[in-house]
Ligand binder design. Structure first.
Ligand code: ZN
Length: 426
């Protein structure tokens, strides 16, 4: 028991050191690591020695001398291992291969025709990953240490259970061991997570939420998502079911939602909901049966073009979308008081059309002390950011597990990089 505890503490300290170096976003001295982790000089010295021996950290130089001893600086060894982030959307799979420092080295987007049965989804994803690795700079496959898969819907990431997702057909309400099945095919650990959670993690590591204790990331595209960083940690709630902003019921008995309920926020602001309104208004041709998701995205863009040309009905639809979204983002602020509120996802492509209504509704919904203080940051578009989030999750899981770090070294992933102790860009 005591040995187990000692090992866990040692792992925790390794993670703290690695994380401190990662968050520094540049070379950091051992003294600075002591400051940011609260660990003693002797502990940091021992832990950094171990991380350098494992290959996760590198010494990159020394601080200019101020008369005394020149202090060596440390950085993440970007080539230590690579991770792959995959974002599954209804109409496409986006992949980003990132190095150990989180730098994106290669990306690939392939079409997907969801919803699919679980086995077909696994086959599609595994095939897409193979293609991504084959097209990446050599030797990507040999250096891959893990895969993060971002999925829309209810994901119990810790139990590896997909409770519900729009990418699965209606006959597959719950899939157990999705990550494990992919892991058996790919021979590396695979972690699954809700897509908005992944994006929140990426913003905490690499984006506007870096160094911020409490942040809310709202995503708008085919659905609506929310990723919450609370007290510096991703908040998942029981069974990963927390922060489902899109499925808050805003109109009892209202519009049907994809999740099976009615009156969810998503059923008023997601792309499919906006397109539905466009169809009802006669601005878009009626749907013939179940339109594929890429048709919905195309229709959303068509409607946006009509609004930009001044069609008053189309303008009103986007304004209504902004009001709904603004009201509920304002309520999220009331509930959690985040320092950073970020809006991301493909829906920001029509941001110019709903921006005004959103801000007005958000201010109106927020309690007086928040007004004029809480600002909304809009993330750049592109599915690559999502995939980078998925890569961040893998990096976090690898950092947390000293055993995984050890296994990366043991499998000789670095044997083909004799210069891994030098920075590639140095
Ligand atoms: Zn719903």
């Amino acid at each position: 028991m005591a040995r187990l505890q000692a090992r866990l503490i040692s792992q925790l300290h390794l993670y703290q050191v690695l994380h401190a170096v990662r968050l520094a976003r540049g070379p950091i001295s051992r003294a600075e690591i002591c400051l940011s982790t609260g660990l003693s000089q002797a502990a940091v010295s021992g832990l950094t020695r171990r991380l350098i021996e494992d290959g996760a950290l590198v010494e990159v130089g020394a601080r200019p001398s101020a008369g005394g001893r020149r202090e060596r600086e440390l950085a993440i060894n970007a080539d230590f291992a690579w991770v792959l982030g995959v974002k599954a959307a209804m109409h496409q799979l986006t992949m980003a291969l990132a190095d150990f420092a989180g730098g994106v080295r290669h990306t690939l987007t392939l079409p997907l025709q969801a919803p699919l049965a679980p086995a077909a989804l696994i086959t599609e994803i595994a095939g897409a990953i193979d293609r991504c690795l084959n097209g990446a700079p050599a030797p990507a496959a040999g250096r891959l240490a893990g895969v993060g898969l971002a999925l829309p819907g209810f994901v119990d990431s810790l139990a590896d259970v997909l409770l519900w997702s729009p990418v699965l057909d209606a006959g597959s309400p719950r899939v157990e061991g999705l990550g494990r099945s992919l892991s058996e095919l790919l021979k590396v650990p695979v972690f699954i997570e809700n897509d908005a959670n992944m994006l929140a993690l990426a913003q905490q590591w690499f984006g506007p939420a870096a160094g911020v204790g409490n942040a809310a990331l709202v995503t708008l595209e085919h659905g609506v998502g929310l990723g919450l960083i609370i007290n510096g940690e991703l908040y998942r709630g029981h069974a990963g079911l927390a922060s489902e902003l899109g499925h808050l019921q805003v109109v009892p008995g209202g519009q049907p939602c994809r999740c099976g309920k009615s009156g969810c926020l998503e059923a008023y602001v997601a792309h499919y909901a906006v397109v539905r309104e466009g169809r009802v208004a006669g601005l878009l041709p009626p749907a013939d049966g179940r339109a594929p998701a890429d048709d919905t995205e195309q229709a959303y863009r068509t409607l946006a073009a009509q609004a930009r040309e001044g069609n008053p009905q189309a303008v009103r639809i986007f304004e209504r979308q902004g009001r709904w979204l603004g009201q509920w983002i304002g309520n999220v602020v009331n509930l959690l008081s985040p320092q950073a509120v970020i809006l991301g996802g493909g829906g920001t492509s029509a941001y110019d059309l709903y921006q005004g209504a959103l801000h007005e509704a958000m201010q109106d919904a927020m309690a007086l002390p928040h007004r004029g203080r809480v600002r909304l940051t809009v993330m750049p578009q592109g599915d690559e950011v999502w995939a980078q989030g998925a890569a961040s999750l893998v990096l976090q899981r690898l950092d947390e597990s000293a055993e995984t770090l050890a296994s990366v070294s043991r499998h000789g992933l670095l044997s083909d990089t004799p210069s891994h102790r030098e920075r590639p860009d140095a």
